[in-house]
Design a protein. Structure first.
Ligand SMILES: Nc1ncnc2c1ncn2[C@@H]1O[C@H](COP(=O)(O)OP(=O)(O)O)[C@@H](O)[C@H]1O
Ligand SMILES: O=c1ccn([C@@H]2O[C@H](COP(=O)(O)OP(=O)(O)O)[C@@H](O)[C@H]2O)c(=O)[nH]1
Ligand SMILES: [Mg+2]
Length: 250
């Protein structure tokens, strides 16, 4: 059954129930409040539900985290939409969260824009903060984290700050020629969908993202998918991975 992000009204209600943030100047009732964070992640890692007295809405399930990796244009976003539809995950695209920061004129906006145009990687603390906020707001404990981590530094930052590791890592393996073709035809008006940026992004992918993929291969968490073929053909390789985990991820 499809699970989309929950209604805005529901988000606001939940945000309102959280304690005010003492360390953040941007939100009066910020989810990144240290005590809340520790409580949430203690519960996530121990599986022990929080009590009303803990100051945040009680949750009952440990997170099930999937990292979705692959070069630019390999089809990560496209396949994530299918996974959401079939298996009911909350899809968190790191790139989309960063683009939202640019659009909302946040303090990091211009730095993020410059970094994306150059095909480089935004500092880990910024991206992890955005992901953490979405995860804390989510009523759904099954997360598809799309396009992150993009470097070993990203990976370590996530694991340290969140005190969590992915359960599953997908790698969409696609030849460069095909990725370039797809990105140049993507037609979403993205500042990075041009030949100069894509060339830089492919170099960054090779140098920084492949080591992350190797790390998870060594840890037995990696599922390598041949990303050439029709969207449906590719999804038929993805489906059994989640079907096998369905009981665990429920
Ligand atoms: N299997 C496929 N075959 C051909 N084109 C595809 C396929 N999967 C996705 N695309 C197209 O390629 C482009 C990049 O896909 P996207 O899902 O945005 O990739 P990524 O998130 O990895 O950059 C999009 O225009 C998408 O419609
Ligand atoms: O964790 C992330 C995810 C994305 N980006 C930046 O955002 C761009 C676009 O990422 P996205 O995942 O949207 O691109 P895709 O691979 O889907 O084309 C990347 O090239 C990076 O500059 C980043 O710095 N860190
Ligand atoms: Mg994408």
């Amino acid at each position: 059954m499809p699970v989309s992000k929950k209604p805005i009204a529901n988000r606001k209600r939940k945000r309102h129930m959280l304690p005010s943030c003492r360390s953040c100047s941007t939100h009066t009732r910020c989810l990144l409040h240290e005590a809340s964070k520790q409580q949430i992640w203690k519960m996530f890692t121990t599986g022990i539900p929080l009590q009303e007295k803990d100051g945040i809405f009680p949750r009952h399930k440990a997170p099930f985290i999937t990292f979705v990796l692959g070069g630019p244009g390999s089809g990560k976003g496209t396949q994530c939409a299918k996974i959401v539809e079939t298996f009911g995950f909350n899809h968190l695209s790191a790139g989309d969260l960063l683009r939202k920061e640019i659009a909302s004129n946040s303090e990091y906006g211009s730095m993020i824009l410059d970094t994306i145009k150059e095909g480089k990687i935004v500092p880990s603390e910024v991206t992890v903060k955005l992901l953490r906020r979405e995860m804390e707001l989510s009523d759904n404990h099954k997360f598809l984290i799309d396009g992150f981590p993009r470097s070993e530094e990203n990976r370590r930052a996530f694991e340290e700050i969140m005190e969590a590791e992915p359960d599953v890592v997908l790698f969409f393996d696609c030849p460069e020629e095909e990725m370039v073709k797809r990105v140049l035809n993507r037609n979403q008006g993205r500042v990075d969908d041009n030949i100069d940026t894509i060339k830089k992004r492919l170099k960054v992918f090779e140098a920084l993202n492949i080591p992350v993929i190797d790390h998870y291969a060594k840890r037995g968490k990696l599922h390598k998918i041949n990303a050439v073929g029709s969207e449906d053909e590719i999804f038929e390789q993805v489906r059994p991975i989640f079907a096998a985990y369905q009981h665990e991820a429920k």
